[in-house]
Write a protein that binds this ligand. Structure first.
Ligand SMILES: Nc1ncnc2c1ncn2[C@@H]1O[C@H](COP(=O)(O)OP(=O)(O)O)[C@@H](O)[C@H]1O
Ligand SMILES: [Mg+2]
Length: 219
């Protein structure tokens, strides 16, 4: 059986203009991400890793070239369709967790749901080992716990793709291992396609494929 391609980058450029200068954050990237794969992206600061992830998540459109998601060219989607795609197909995990500080754990997980289903949100929190923490606010949780809340939030709409930008960047090595183990289980047991950006070789070692970036391209 051929696996379908969740993402296809076809000669993708992302060019920023700063004053008179052009920065090729992405310089003709060709990349295929297969359904059920677990990939890490490594490379020095400024090499285009976050830009690649933003384009993959339709948070940003290419300046040139095409991004196909599940075979569909994302440039043909209107803004509302893009938003719907992002919401239903993609879960985001960030280095600094990006939880809303004034909301409880449970409320943070309810946030991306179209129809708030507290029971379902609780199930995902339980799955992350956070039973009993529903009414805590982020500042009452450790970094590792906050990242697990953000993974629950990323999963609650059952996305086919998880994009994580340095998900262990703020964590000690023990918590980093816990988070990578959770992501690995999601990939291996539930077939979720995952891409992470990381500086951490130990985190990358959990993934099945490591991609190196330099100067806006894959080497
Ligand atoms: N919004 C932006 N405006 C201008 N330049 C940007 C913007 N975002 C990223 N860049 C530039 O694009 C390049 C790649 O950035 P980025 O994708 O954040 O790299 P990485 O995540 O690998 O550190 C860098 O030179 C960065 O300064
Ligand atoms: Mg970055």
């Amino acid at each position: 059986m051929n696996k379908t391609n969740v993402l296809e980058f076809k000669d993708v450029w992302k060019i920023y203009r700063m004053g008179g200068e052009e920065i090729n954050a992405l310089a003709g990237v060709n990349l295929t991400i297969k359904d059920g794969s677990f990939t890490s992206i490594m490379g020095p600061s400024g090499s285009g890793k976050s830009t690649l992830l933003h384009v993959a998540g339709i948070l940003d459109m290419p300046t040139r070239g095409n991004l196909l998601m599940n075979g569909k060219d994302t440039s043909t989607l209107g803004a509302r369709e893009q938003a719907r795609f992002r919401r239903s197909e993609i879960g985001f995990v960030f280095q600094r967790f990006n939880l809303l500080p004034q909301l409880t754990t449970l409320e943070n997980v309810l946030l991306p749901m179209n129809q708030p289903e507290p029971q379902k949100a609780q199930e995902y929190l339980d799955k992350m080992g956070l039973e009993g923490k529903y009414s805590k606010t982020p500042n009452q949780l450790s970094g590792g716990e906050q990242q697990r809340v953000s993974i629950a939030r990323a999963l609650v709409n059952q996305p086919s793709l998880i994009l994580a930008d340095e998900p262990t960047g703020e964590l000690d090595s023990k918590n980093a291992e816990v988070i990578m183990g959770i992501l690995q289980d999601l990939n291996k047991k539930e077939g979720v396609t995952i891409i992470i950006v990381t500086h951490n070789q130990l985190a990358a070692d959990f993934t099945d494929k490591i991609i190196e970036m330099r100067d806006g391209n894959i080497i």
